[in-house]
Design a binder for this molecule. Structure first.
Ligand code: PLP
Ligand code: TYF
Length: 390
């Protein structure tokens, strides 16, 4: 049986965790995997989440099965946060809790395959390296177009336009709702407006990946583009992750929402999502989503969570400013958003950064800005200069 298997490479991003941990040098900087770190380099459990977990511990009186939809209170409470307090999508939504944003992407892909086998998904390059494998694993076809140019650190909007022009009606377009991974480069408002109009005019279906709401410019601001697109189109999918903005990474908290043309199609879609979840993981893990629900049910915990999110976002943007101030060649980092920026460098240069300077980023030059302290900016810039990256 297993003799036919070919060894697979490990996840390059998760492999960085191991490499960093096994480095015994006293001063090292982890700009690798996308995890927020505080001023002490830790990734603590949020106070609002701890408080919700305490309530959960005290009040949960059963662990009997929920359904494949997971915690319905969780997805319902998330709705105004993502779609806005006064959204007009009521009746057209089919939502369910998923194991992280990854589970939402995979379930969305399975739904597309069930609806129309072999659907084509258009991805901008670069994108999160898991996107294409997740869609391919569900049987979908991938086509890529340029998204951003690392040499200029700008959106390649001609490339995006050309990619959308090639797409056929019914094709799916993957869009990062905010805080683009790996570049930190988001579309401008006018670019989003043109994209939304093109999607609507050409009957393309947006699949929005929203994994960092609140870590760019604010909760409302980071949902602006998603809401704009959803206002323009008849059908869409949104893969949402609470793993970064609630710091719940390993608890695997996410949701998939499908926006259907009408209530009847939304109801049928919901039955399909439940059926697909049943054959994948049956039901999602409960704990993290229950904690998020409890936070969102209580105004005091919502206020606490928002304040913690403000601190995280403030620190990320302060780190961005520190890097930008440290070298004019990094000025672009100030205007980018979210955990990541992608420096233009070769794999050899990234290996030299870790090997000679104990500064860890991905082989493609992606840095997790939240992994550093503002005081690290000088050492990072010195290492980038020494290795010819600046
Ligand atoms: N989408 C993007 C763009 C991401 O960066 C991540 C990161 O983890 C995910 C989806 C998946 O999120 P999760 O950890 O909740 O599966
Ligand atoms: O891009 C990142 O670093 C985050 C975390 O298989 C991540 O999105 C990385 C790889 C992976 C799952 C999550």
């Amino acid at each position: 049986m297993f003799e036919a298997l070919v060894a697979q490479p490990p996840d390059a991003l998760l492999g960085l965790i191991k490499a960093y941990n096994s480095d015994s040098r006293a001063k090292k900087v982890d700009l690798g995997v996308g995890v927020y770190r505080d001023a002490d380099g830790n990734t603590p459990v949020l106070k609002a989440v701890k408080a919700a977990e305490t309530i959960l511990l005290e009040t949960q009186d059963s662990k009997k099965y929920l359904g494949p939809e997971g915690d319905i209170g969780f997805t319902t409470r998330l709705e105004p946060i993502v779609f806005g307090a006064r959204h007009r999508l009521a009746g057209r939504l089919a939502a369910l809790q998923t194991p992280g944003g990854t589970g939402a992407l995979r379930l969305g892909a399975e739904l597309l395959h069930a609806a129309r086998p072999g659907t084509k998904v258009h991805l901008g390059a670069p994108t999160w390296p898991n996107h294409a494998p997740i869609f391919r694993a569900a049987g979908l076809a991938i086509e890529t177009h340029p998204f951003a140019d690392l040499a200029t650190q700008a959106v390649d909007f001609d490339g995006v336009r050309a990619g959308l022009a090639r797409a056929a009606p019914g094709d799916v377009v993957l869009l990062h709702g905010c805080c683009h991974n790996p570049t930190g480069i988001d579309f401008s408002r006018t670019q989003w407006e043109e994209i939304a109009a093109t999607l609507a005019a050409r009957k393309l279906v947006p699949f929005i990946d929203l994994a960092y709401q609140g870590l760019g410019d604010g909760l409302e601001e980071d949902a602006w583009a998603t809401r704009l697109v959803l206002d323009a189109v008849d059908e869409a999918l949104v893969a949402y992750s609470c793993d970064k903005n609630f710091g719940l990474y390993r608890d695997r908290v996410g949701a998939l929402t499908v926006i259907a043309r009408d209530a009847r199609e939304a109801a049928t879609t919901a039955t399909n999502l439940a059926a697909l979840a049943r054959v994948a993981w049956s039901m999602p893990p409960d704990h993290g989503a229950a904690a998020v629900r409890i936070v969102l049910e209580r105004p005091d915990l919502v206020a606490m969570w928002r304040a913690e999110l403000d601190v995280m976002r403030g620190r990320i943007n302060a780190n961005r400013a520190a890097l930008a101030d440290a070298d004019p060649g990094l000025a672009f980092i100030r205007d980018q958003r979210g955990l990541f920026s992608n420096l233009a460098m070769t794999k050899a240069q990234s290996q030299a950064l870790s090997g000679r300077h104990a500064i860890y980023c991905t082989g493609s030059g992606r840095i997790n800005v939240a992994g550093m302290q503002p005081g690290d900016a000088g050492a990072i810039v010195a290492a980038l200069r020494a290795e010819g990256c600046l």
